[in-house]
Design a protein around this ligand. Structure first.
Ligand SMILES: Cc1cc2nc3c(=O)[nH]c(=O)nc-3n(C[C@H](O)[C@H](O)[C@H](O)COP(=O)(O)OP(=O)(O)OC[C@H]3O[C@@H](n4cnc5c(N)ncnc54)[C@H](O)[C@@H]3O)c2cc1C
Length: 549
């Protein structure tokens, strides 16, 4: 028992949010899993949720983030070392996530897609991981996504996949061929442009069967990955390359880590500036097809951004609710005060929509190979849902933080860290406007397929408030050749319509109705707690979101 104080007693503080079943306490997640073909995973997901929600895992997350990685650019003699040292807690999370297959479970060993519900089952786990430690998710996401880029290269598939699907994390700095398991990163962004990667200036010279790359990247995360997919200019234009940390002869490749970014959040993970000085690389895809090749990977990293932000939102609401159930103000629990209940319920409703939309999107990935309609849905909705969920997360985490009052703002809890983490998913892997442009592109280039998706969403949303108007609104904006300036509104409406359709299919009718009424039919207020939600809906939403009964 903790020693007390002589001057006062400690009371009316909420107990730490620890030893939670992250699955069992989350009805929205359970419903979304069941609605998207993964009900058979429930028992395993519950075990996963209890493990990841344990006090020990939260403690490891604190350690990983309070002890950020350190660049070791040189050794004691002044020779280049170009390595990054991570705290053991970071490696702990890497080992846990790799053991759970989060880096590879959606792939078979031949780089074809694993059978449904592989995407939904992984996403459900990833939602829970995002509630505990976010930094290590970056290399896990990139590793699983990279397969999409090199899947069409049989030689690379044969070499890499046996190591990539391994459930053993191997942090040693040695050639990937000698390791039991590998991770992959990516380098696209240069100083002069991240969105406009065609402006990349890194050059690739052919050298026998391989290439030599010279140039730089301005952001390259998780630099201790075993290899990176990078873009560089070859003779026939921008091309994708496989750039390993070691050359085939076992010597360290010419990848010079310049410095680590001093980041707002995402602090357990390293993101570096890097130079390539005649670095050995293998081509992935044809010369001049670099953007097309790496886009296969980027689509999946965008999906993971939405999954992870939905998880962060859930974490924020669960912790706010937990605190408010234990904290009294003016002699009454915060969770019983009407205005606080309105805030909590409004946030819980937002999380319901985010989880439902995101897991339904994962279902589209599960079904895409056999169904062109689902492939088209994944194409159109990935940027829209990534946009909406990732942009909503910071505001929601902020409001949840305020529910804890001063305790929310200090680093003893986890909400301050979550708040610093929340914006990154919107910025990387295609920032807000870029997602808007991508939706416009889908409507422009694959207009028929996009319209079919829109029509399906509208039918699925059925008679729910605002669905018909939302469809008309989206079509009008996207059909307007001058509509680019209004694209954000259309993209947001599209994501909300997708959320309504997903809730109608998988959540109780009352949830779908409340979401549609407050988000599609009416414009939501600038802050949480402003939506018109009646007291029976409030009780229902808080019951579903309840973290500890
Ligand atoms: C923590 C962190 C880690 C990262 N890790 C990696 C990594 O591992 N590998 C990697 O390659 N990159 C990485 N990045 C880089 C990231 O992907 C880029 O920052 C991002 O793509 C944006 O590029 P930029 O910074 O050059 O901004 P810019 O391209 O200059 O864009 C600036 C703003 O303009 C907007 N914009 C761009 N074009 C238009 C347009 N036509 N119309 C309207 N608005 C527009 C964008 O939406 C954005 O808001 C990382 C970034 C961060 C913050």
């Amino acid at each position: 028992m903790a020693a007390g104080f002589e001057t006062h007693q400690v009371f009316n503080q909420s107990p730490p949010y620890r030893d939670v079943d992250l699955f069992g306490s989350d009805r929205a997640l359970q419903d979304a899993v069941a609605a998207n073909g993964a009900a058979g995973e429930a028992v395993a997901l519950s075990a996963f949720g209890r493990h990841w929600g344990s006090a020990a895992m939260f403690e490891q997350a604190r350690l990983a983030n309070e002890n950020p990685p350190v660049l070791r650019a040189f050794d004691a003699s002044g020779d280049r070392r170009d390595t990054v040292e991570f705290h053991p807690a970071y490696h702990h999370f890497m080992a846990e996530s790799v053991a759970a297959g989060l880096h590879a479970s959606t792939w078979r060993a031949d780089a074809t897609r694993a059978a449904a519900p592989a995407e939904v089952a992984r996403a459900a786990r990833y939602v829970m991981v995002a509630q505990v430690e976010n930094g290590h998710m970056c290399p896990i996401t990139m590793t699983r996504a990279a397969v999409a880029a090199f899947a069409a290269e049989p030689a690379l598939v044969g070499m890499l996949m046996p190591k990539l699907v391994s459930r053993q994390y191997d942090p040693m700095f040695r050639p990937w061929r000698e390791k039991v398991g590998i991770t992959l990163g990516m380098g696209m962004t240069e100083k002069q442009g991240g969105t406009d990667v065609r402006a990349n200036t890194s050059r690739a010279e052919r050298s026998g069967d391989a290439y030599r790359i010279t140039g730089h990247k301005w952001f390259m995360s998780a630099p201790m990955c075993d290899a990176f997919l990078v873009l560089a200019q070859a003779n026939d234009g921008l091309t994708c390359f496989f750039l390993p940390r070691f050359r085939p002869d076992g010597s360290v490749n010419a990848i010079r880590l310049q410095r680590l970014k001093d980041k707002l959040g995402n602090r357990s993970n390293a993101s570096c500036e890097v130079e390539f000085d005649d670095a050995f690389a293998l081509r992935v895809g044809d010369e001049g097809r670099g953007v097309r090749t790496i886009l296969e990977m980027v689509q999946l990293t965008r999906l993971d951004c939405a999954i992870s932000s939905a998880g962060m939102m859930r974490a924020a609401v669960a912790q706010a609710l937990h605190h408010c159930r234990h904290r009294s103000v003016f002699g009454r629990r915060l969770a019983d005060q009407p205005m606080m209940r309105a805030v909590l319920a409004d946030m819980a409703l937002e999380v319901e929509g985010a989880l439902a939309a995101t897991l339904r999107l994962c279902r589209s990935y599960d079904l895409a190979q056999a169904s062109p309609a689902e492939a088209a849905r994944a194409r159109l909705l990935t940027p829209a849902i990534k946009y909406w969920v990732c942009k909503t997360a910071p505001a929601l985490v902020y409001e949840a933080m305020e529910c804890l009052g001063g305790n929310g703002y200090v680093e003893d809890g986890t909400l301050a860290r979550l708040y610093r983490e929340a914006p990154v998913n919107a910025i990387w892997e295609g920032s807000g406007n870029v997602m808007g442009l991508d939706v416009l592109r889908a409507f422009g280039r694959e207009a028929d397929a996009a319209r079919v998706t829109l029509s399906e969403l509208s039918q699925e949303a059925g008679d729910l408030a605002g669905a018909k108007d939302a469809r008309a609104d989206i079509e009008r904006i996207l059909a307007d050749p001058e509509g680019e300036g209004a694209a954000r509104r259309a993209v947001e409406r599209l994501a909300l319509l997708a959320a309504v359709a997903a809730l109608k299919a998988g959540a109780p009718r009352q949830v779908a109705e409340a979401f549609a009424r407050t988000r599609l039919a009416a414009r939501h207020g600038a802050t949480f707690g402003t939506a018109t939600i009646d007291s029976s809906e409030v009780s229902m939403l808080l019951g579903r979101a309840s973290a500890d009964g």
